[in-house]
Design a binder for this molecule. Structure first.
Ligand SMILES: Cc1cc2nc3c(=O)[nH]c(=O)nc-3n(C[C@H](O)[C@H](O)[C@H](O)COP(=O)(O)OP(=O)(O)OC[C@H]3O[C@@H](n4cnc5c(N)ncnc54)[C@H](O)[C@@H]3O)c2cc1C
Length: 369
């Protein structure tokens, strides 16, 4: 049975490690994904200048070769479910009997701002690394630090703002960063958010209620007609599934994520599986966070093999609470788990340990390891 894995996200990296077992179950595996994967847990560390971009990079091509998995180093542009083929970016069609999507998410951009001068979406992460180079070039010039507006008051928006302030500090400059948030931030305990805002204020980061809808030279416009001075606009609004997913012609949620059963396949097409940011389990919806792709992976592997053998599938139950640690770009972190939180150097130490550990483990994958 031909299995096509689309995207080398967290779950499919695990499947690469299981390639031998998948083959034994009768699956002929082909991976379609770019040659490199960038790990988001280290992205803000790269942006702040604390880590080199290589620290966050996993060589997918090398892993696929080590596990003897056929790897098409490209992207899937479209899927023809009735013909059971995926269309590759270069135009070729690849047939499948089973297909699994782990393609992550993109940034919501309803006003089509991406493409305008110095507008930077936080996904794909490679753009964030380009942004780091751009800001460094600006910071090397004489004059005040660039005025940065971060559109999006979620955890990602705050972390990106803190990382940019960290980069400015590395260059001996005071940051000028404004986070523009559609609604009052409520993604963590109120006391944690208040403490974070006080801390960020001392580092030149303000928070403004509003919504960025326009980009002009040196400014950006808000819905209520106000306009802010802005040299660099970072889009860190809601994460939504790539259009490839809605193009499947299967039910999706409001963020364009494929609705899947707890067994991780589309209810209306048992040959289509998905995990990570691009999927949602109706009975247990969760936000787009890396841990869910990681934890879904063993169930995804088991169920793809079960499908090949005609056996019963297992259910994946995403956890209700999870640890998330923000890198605040100044050697400290903010750790959150449900109503619990702490801020300080120990939080960042733990984050680095976990994230560098993930990357090291992924890089050292050996067949059957
Ligand atoms: C700045 C930032 C920081 C974050 N920090 C954290 C954090 O610290 N911890 C955390 O848990 N979450 C974090 N997140 C969220 C995290 O990035 C996502 O939840 C996570 O990456 C989703 O994992 P995934 O496996 O679904 O997909 P991804 O990790 O996004 O991987 C998807 C892969 O699919 C590939 N792909 C995409 N489209 C195609 C296509 N059409 N064809 C082939 N391949 C394709 C991509 O190149 C990519 O390599 C952060 C997000 C951002 C933006």
């Amino acid at each position: 049975m031909r299995l096509v894995l689309v995207g080398a996200g967290h779950a499919h990296l695990h499947l690469l490690n299981q390639a031998g077992t998948l083959r034994t179950a009768g699956l002929d595996v082909t991976l379609v994904a770019p040659a490199a994967f960038h790990y988001s847990g280290l992205a803000s560390g790269v942006l702040s200048g604390a880590l080199p971009s290589a620290a966050a990079r996993i060589d997918v091509a090398a892993l696929a070769a080590a596990h003897q998995v056929k790897h098409r180093q490209t992207t899937v542009e479209a899927v023809n479910r009735s013909a059971r083929t995926v269309r590759l970016a270069e135009g070729a069609d690849l047939p499948f009997d089973l297909v699994s999507f782990n393609v992550g998410s993109t940034v919501e951009d309803p006003m089509a701002l991406v493409g305008a001068l110095d507008v930077w979406p936080v996904k794909p992460l490679s753009r964030l690394f380009d942004l780091q180079a751009r800001l460094e070039a600006m910071l090397r010039c004489e004059g005040p630090a660039p005025r940065v507006v971060v559109a999006g008051g979620g955890q990602t928006g705050f972390e990106i703002a803190a990382a940019i302030a960290g980069l400015c500090a590395r260059h001996g400059r005071q940051a000028d960063v404004t986070i523009v948030s559609r609604s009052s931030p409520h993604w963590g305990p109120a006391a944690a958010l208040a403490s974070l805002r006080r801390h960020l204020e001392t580092r030149g980061i303000g928070v403004l209620a509003g919504e960025v809808v326009a980009r002009e030279a040196g400014r950006c416009g808000l819905t209520d007609g106000r306009s802010l001075p802005c040299d660099v606009l970072v889009l860190a609004g809601g994460l939504v599934a790539p259009p490839l997913i809605s193009g499947l012609g299967l039910p999706t949620d409001e963020a364009g994520r494929l609705r899947v059963t707890p067994a991780l396949h589309a209810p209306d097409d048992p040959a289509v599986f998905a995990a990570g940011d691009c999927a949602v389990i109706d009975s247990a919806p969760r936000p787009p966070v890396g841990v869910f792709g990681v934890r879904a992976a063993p169930v995804l592997a088991a169920n793809l093999m079960a499908r090949a053998r005609g056996a019963a599938l297992r259910a994946y139950e995403p956890q209700r609470r999870w640890l998330s640690i923000m890198d605040l770009g100044d050697g400290t972190g903010l750790a959150l788990r449900g109503e619990l939180w702490w801020r300080g150097r120990a939080a960042l130490w733990l984050k680095r340990r976990l994230d560098l550990g993930f990357v090291a483990a992924a890089r050292s994958l050996r067949p059957g390891a």
